[in-house]
Design a protein around this ligand. Structure first.
Ligand code: HEM
Length: 593
């Protein structure tokens, strides 16, 4: 018995001594960096902490002393959204650097920065600052792809992916976004009262529906009617439609996606989470099959057209993937050729959806609430929209004629993303020791460090944003960088560029450098197409509560926006999947103008 206890005790001691070793090693290394340190003596990337810290955040806040909680909160996923500049102003600033610090934990060495110079180098040197191992777990579920790869493998994926997201795709995305938003307006009209006004909790689910339909139509060439997806049946031999399987997979990235397929399919029905696990099991099985079938169909269509590709991502991907380039690789068709195998194509098609769905949908959702919160900005947009869209409402919107002129709308989107970046941080790791030269001195980093760009804090730098491009009728203010003010993006008349071009590394909602988001233009085109169509003849507002003043409505909307959390991306709580009568939801009003 004594020897069993001794073995257990030794194992426990050995386990905990690794944490102590890491803490001491990190304390030693931080002195070499010359940066301020914030010490939190445990491993914030420990699986148990990652699982339980966010759900128990409220409990920690209420029960821990302020001095402990104020540090601990910096280790809870998504903290950047709520804390804004606090760690920089409260902890690192007084110790000599208000833009970069080291979080000294019992895990890896962690650098956190909101310094544009540092951030520009992190995103500009993808061979030195590589993808986190953990991104493979979620994003590599269907095989290697552009997000999970580094080095030469990444170059190969990226070349294909970048060639696919081209101007032809922009046109397809624009047209599909208009078509889907018209579908939404059709549903709105069917529910409208005699004055042409509809009040609904469903506006945010509809934003998601537009985004997934656009990805399906302009992405995979599988165009869906607005009202079709609920009535559509899975094809023979399938339990889920393509849209259903993709939704389940994407919603599962918070955890269930990590479960193996066999476990999901055999999950005991008496345990909690049975329905989710079962749906995930089917989706893991069927998503690649659906995609593979769609690729086969597209191949057949392309052959029938005499190799003429269509303007959707899948068609372009097939063409780009089967260009001869590397004789050592075989494509799915068995040709001695480039680039991406069938599995890699499926995995990249999954990534387009995983990377493009929540990011775009949540940006549209924040924008909807901000339109209601700030009617003055909505009117500012309506002025532009009335000028650039055809006067005849039955005349179709032309991507080439309208998109380049939607300057205010794009400025509005850029301001939404400055405040509500879907990714609150961008994280990378070093494989070997690195240095980052800056005007404040050179930062040294040990091998196997994790580096975090805090996008929320980066986008609030007063040196870049405060009182930028004040219009004639606007007052400057001390804390202007915190204000939602899209005019800051509009350069004075006569400038070389109509929109403000932030300094390198200062604005990274789409990241930057060679690994900048290849879907940036697609997201911009979709955002503009959706709001051009929505606001062409309608206005967006929030339904006031009983006896609520306008001022109180604005406060409530502000609180709803601030009540956000980061799952994979930042999103408002309780706006999705809420039934019509449920008071938890956020009731929006769409009225004909
Ligand atoms: C508002 C919408 C979007 C935002 C804010 C956004 C943001 C980002 C960010 C920050 C990254 C870098 C991630 C990192 O390095 O850790 C990224 C990468 C990526 N995004 Fe987006 N994205 C958006 C829409 C899209 C769309 C619509 C697509 C495609 C359909 C897309 C495809 C990708 C891909 C493939 C990558 C990986 C690039 C690489 O590693 O080389 N994104 N995105």
């Amino acid at each position: 018995m004594a020897s069993v206890l001794l073995i257990c005790g030794t194992l426990v001691a050995a386990y905990f001594s690794t944490f102590i070793y890491c803490l001491i090693r990190n304390l030693f290394n931080v002195r070499k960096t010359g940066l301020p340190a914030i010490i939190v003596p445990f491993d914030q990337n420990h699986i148990l902490w990652m699982m339980f810290s966010v759900p128990y955040q409220q409990w920690f806040r209420e029960h821990l002393p302020e001095v402990v909680y104020s540090r601990l909160s910096l280790c809870m996923y998504g903290w950047e959204f709520h804390e804004k500049l606090r760690p920089f102003e409260k902890f690192s600033g007084p110790r000599g650097n208000d833009k970069t610090y080291v979080l000294v934990t019992c895990g890896r060495f962690e650098l956190w920065s909101r310094d544009a110079e540092v951030c520009a180098q992190i995103v500009g040197r993808p061979r030195d600052f590589t993808q986190l191992d953990i991104s493979n777990l979620f994003m590599g579920k269907f095989g290697a792809n552009v997000i999970t790869s580094d080095g030469d493998k990444w170059t190969r994926h990226r070349k294909v992916v970048a060639s696919v997201l081209n101007e032809r795709i922009s046109k397809a995305v624009f047209n599909e976004s208009v078509r889907q938003t018209q579908g939404l307006l059709g549903e709105v009209a069917a529910k409208a009262d005699s004055s042409g006004t509809t009040e609904t909790n469903k506006m945010f689910d509809w934003a998601k529906k537009i985004t997934i339909h656009v990805l399906s139509g302009a992405g995979m060439g599988a165009s869906v009617q607005w009202s079709d997806d609920s009535s559509e049946k899975p094809p023979p031999g399938f339990k889920q439609t393509y849209i259903q399987s993709i939704k389940v997979v994407i919603e599962g990235v918070t955890g269930p996606l990590l479960l193996p397929r066999w476990l999901c399919l055999n999950y005991p029905s008496f345990l909690p989470g049975y329905e989710t696990a079962k749906a995930m099991g089917y989706a893991l099985d069927e998503f690649p099959k659906h995609t593979s079938n769609m690729l086969d169909n597209e191949r057949r269509r392309t052959q029938a057209r005499g190799s003429v590709t269509k303007g959707n991502i899948m068609s372009q991907l097939l063409q780009a993937s089967e260009q001869p380039a590397d004789p050592d690789l075989k494509t799915s068709t068995g040709n001695s050729a480039n680039a991406l195998s069938e599995r890699e194509m499926i995995s990249n098609l999954f990534i387009f959806t995983a990377a493009g769905f929540d990011t775009t949908a949540n940006t549209i959702s924040y924008a909807l609430v901000l339109l209601a919160r700030y009617p003055q900005w909505q009117h500012w947009l309506l002025e532009e929209i009335d000028e650039i869209v055809p006067k005849d409402p039955s005349e179709e919107l032309d991507h080439v004629a309208v998109f380049p002129r939607a300057t205010r709308l794009l400025a509005f989107m850029l301001e939404v993303l400055r405040h509500y970046s879907p990714l609150v941080h961008i994280s990378k790791q070093t494989q070997t020791a690195q240095t980052i030269p800056t005007s404040r001195g050179t930062i040294w980093l040990p091998a196997y460090s994790t580096v975090y760009i805090n996008s929320v804090a980066l986008h609030l730098d007063p040196d870049v944003w405060c009182n930028l491009n004040l219009a004639d009728n606007e007052q400057g203010s001390d804390k202007d960088e915190f204000r939602f003010r899209p005019t800051r993006w509009i350069n004075p008349p006569g400038s070389a560029q109509p929109l403000f071009q932030p300094p390198k590394g200062a604005y990274l909602p789409w990241s930057g450098g060679p690994r900048v988001c290849p879907g940036q233009k697609m997201a911009q085109v979709e955002f503009c197409a959706v709001f051009l169509t929505l606001l062409r003849q309608h206005e967006i507002g929030a339904v006031p509560l009983e006896n609520e003043s306008r001022e109180d409505t604005e406060k409530r909307l502000e609180a709803r926006i601030q009540n956000s959390m980061s799952i994979l991306t930042s999103q408002m709580k309780d706006v999705y999947d809420v039934q019509e009568g449920d008071p938890k939801g956020l009731k929006m009003r769409i009225s004909r103008r």
